[in-house]
Design a protein around this ligand. Structure first.
Ligand code: PMV
Length: 343
């Protein structure tokens, strides 16, 4: 049996808008997390040895947290269909897939990135066992490419600490096809950079990613937004090299607010923040001003808030979160995580 863990990731420069077959409209950069991950195992048997109706193109069973989950089947079927050109053996075997998350499923944390990344890594390992040959680089690149076909941002969860996905002029080997480990210098202030996820709203996503990305087609600000992502990536490159946290904070918070601004200015429009999201943002700004501690926030396509801060401020920031910010979280729940500096 084959098994892989794949972490969740949080984007600093956001992917929002796509073209072609799950290709990004702009480059994105993310931190790979440490404690939030999906672990998936895959066992496989030749279909000819089983009594399986030949009408089904793919044959698999899927268990999540130990329970059969037929509701996930359509997503996996679509995924298998998309990756079949790369893994032609998929129609010849029956796959038993078991998956679990390290974080609660109903936390509002998107698990599609870690889930698709873990499954892609398992299937690449199956490919290798069945005799497909890959160099190590090819293995990681194709695993990320397959994950991308499952869920765009999943391609940033297969390998690496800081990951870049999408072609960018200043980042060698960056490509729209798969995520690459960030290849340029990174200042030690970013070692195990902290990410505390405040669970403001544990509900289901209001807007599916597919719908969300499609809102960028014909969006009046789309071209300016895509250009801005390139510029912000250039700024981040400087921040990573020098440890300039002032600019880092400006880029990261602006990216989060721009992502939400894009949703608020599309047709149809959505507000995905909740009142407590805004309360927390106000508190973060006040706290930063009064303490000079470089605490900042980012958001994904929902109400939860990711708080980012250097490891050296861990103690005081975490006390502040517990004392002041926890009441804004649903059930006072939050998760401490950090950048996986040595994946
Ligand atoms: O991978 P998707 O299709 O679920 O899109 C994720 C988009 C954001 O999380 C909002 C931004 C990002 O870059 O992760």
């Amino acid at each position: 049996m084959i098994s892989f863990k794949a972490p969740s990731n949080i984007a600093l420069v956001k992917y929002w808008g796509k073209k072609g077959e799950q290709l990004p409209a702009n480059p994105s950069v993310s931190f790979t997390l440490t404690h939030c991950y999906t672990e998936t195992s895959v066992a496989y048997q030749q279909r000819s040895s089983l009594a399986i109706p030949p009408t089904e193109k793919f044959s698999f069973t899927f268990n999540f947290e130990g329970e059969a989950k037929p509701s996930f089947h359509p997503k996996i079927n679509t995924f298998f269909q998309r990756i079949l050109p790369y893994l032609p053996f998929l129609t010849d075997y029956h796959f038993t897939i078991n998956s679990h998350n390290s974080f609660p499923h109903s936390s509002g944390i998107a698990s599609s990135a870690s889930a698709m990344a873990a499954l892609s890594l398992c299937l690449m390992q199956v490919a290798q066992e069945l005799g497909m040959n890959f160099t190590q680089d090819q293995f990681w690149q194709q695993a990320s490419l397959l994950a991308r076909l499952g869920s765009g941002s999943a391609c940033r969860s297969t390998h690496g600490s800081i990951v870049v996905w999408g072609q960018h002029a200043s980042i060698p080997h960056s490509t729209d096809q798969y995520g690459i480990p960030y290849p340029l210098p990174v200042h030690p202030i970013f070692d195990q950079y902290q990410d505390t996820i405040l669970l403001i709203d544990k509900g289901q996503k209001q807007v599916s990613s597919t719908l969300g990305h499609n809102l960028m087609h014909g969006h009046p600000f789309a071209q300016a937004r895509f250009a801005q992502a390139h510029q912000n990536t250039d700024k981040l490159i400087q921040c990573f090299a020098t440890g300039d946290l002032e600019t880092f904070i400006q880029v990261v918070e602006s990216e989060a607010l721009t992502l939400h601004a894009m949703m608020q200015t599309s047709i149809p429009y959505f507000i995905l923040m909740r009142p407590n999201t805004l309360e927390v943002i106000q508190h973060v700004w006040q706290y930063r001003k009064s303490t000079s501690i470089p605490l900042c926030f980012t958001l994904d396509a929902g109400a939860n808030v990711h708080l980012l801060y250097p490891k050296k401020y861990k103690e005081e920031v975490q006390k502040y979160i517990q004392d002041v910010l926890a009441p804004y979280c649903e059930g006072k729940h939050y998760i401490h995580d950090c950048l996986n500096t040595n994946p």
